[in-house]
Design a protein around this ligand. Structure first.
Ligand code: 0FX
Length: 248
């Protein structure tokens, strides 16, 4: 069954860009359908932004889900920070693009946790069920995590994999011809609070150098101030990020 009324919900500008680029490169996919792009209702960076002939609007999914069920036959979550009400996921086909290799490190910032626990990393497109990053898998690509990767390095690889995934599966998704595979196990789930709990470094904790480097590179992501400790004299927060460089 071909989906003709499609809502794409995203809070991530790079993924919106990928999506629209890919759609514009395949005009046949756009021809017969109504496509609308929305983001969270308070996303001041994205609301009103133009991507080609699409303009991003804000939408509160919890408030508007009945209208979505009535007006759309496919909802694609492409890094949408809002949780979909169960009624929406059971009434309308909902698909998620996730920056992790389900079922490993489902949930928040998968690459941070893959650096720390060594579980595989990648990108996954899957059907949404009532649990987080849990539904039947449509397609996925694994990426390698190297010992010199920071969170940002690993995330960039994941985003490249997401672009490739969207490129290779968008046609079968919109045409409803894709196949699915159930995840091979339940895997594990990390929440925002698990990431928050990693940020404070206890200066008296005894760990190996390897563990310390992994913790700090997992929390190093460009300009983000993630890892910190409290200075013992002034009690000020001191932020840490690391730079790793491979010999050429
Ligand atoms: O959009 P996204 O890449 O993904 C997150 C979740 O990981 C994902 O499971 C969920 N489906 C999606 C809706 O939200 O997150 P982001 O754009 O907020 O952050 C991108 C990366 O930036 C993140 O992986 C780690 C890094 N980051 C971000 C923030 C806000 C930090 O290191 N520190 C931060 O404070």
């Amino acid at each position: 069954m071909s989906y003709t009324k499609v809502l794409v919900v995203s809070d991530n500008e790079r993924i919106v860009n990928f999506f629209i680029d890919i759609l514009n490169a395949q005009p046949n996919l756009r021809k017969i359908r109504h496509l609308r792009f929305v983001c969270g209702p308070e996303d001041t960076k994205l609301i009103g932004k133009k991507f080609g002939d699409f303009i991003i609007e804000g939408m509160d999914i919890k408030e508007d889900y009945e209208e979505i069920i009535r007006d759309y036959d496919l909802v694609i979550s492409a890094h949408c920070k809002q949780i979909f009400p169960a009624k929406l996921t059971t009434s309308t086909k909902c698909i998620n693009i996730h920056p992790g290799l389900n079922p490993f490190n489902r949930g928040w910032y998968p690459q941070v946790f893959s650096i720390l626990n060594g579980l595989p990393l990648g990108a996954t497109i899957h059907e949404i069920d009532p649990e987080i990053d849990h539904g039947a898998i449509i397609d996925q690509i694994e990426v390698a995590v190297d010992s010199w990767d920071t969170s940002l390095d690993a995330y960039n690889k994941v985003q490249d994999a997401e672009r490739e995934l969207i490129e290779r599966s968008i046609e079968s998704i919109l045409n409803g011809t894709y196949n699915t595979l159930q995840p091979r196990e339940e895997g594990n789930l990390n929440l925002k609070k698990d990431f928050e709990a990693l940020r404070e470094i206890n200066l008296d904790e005894a760990v190996t150098f390897g563990q310390a480097i992994d913790r700090l590179r997992a929390l190093s992501h460009g300009e983000f101030k993630n890892a910190y400790f409290y200075d013992k004299n002034t009690n000020q927060k001191i932020y840490i990020s690391v730079r790793l460089e491979r010999e050429k």
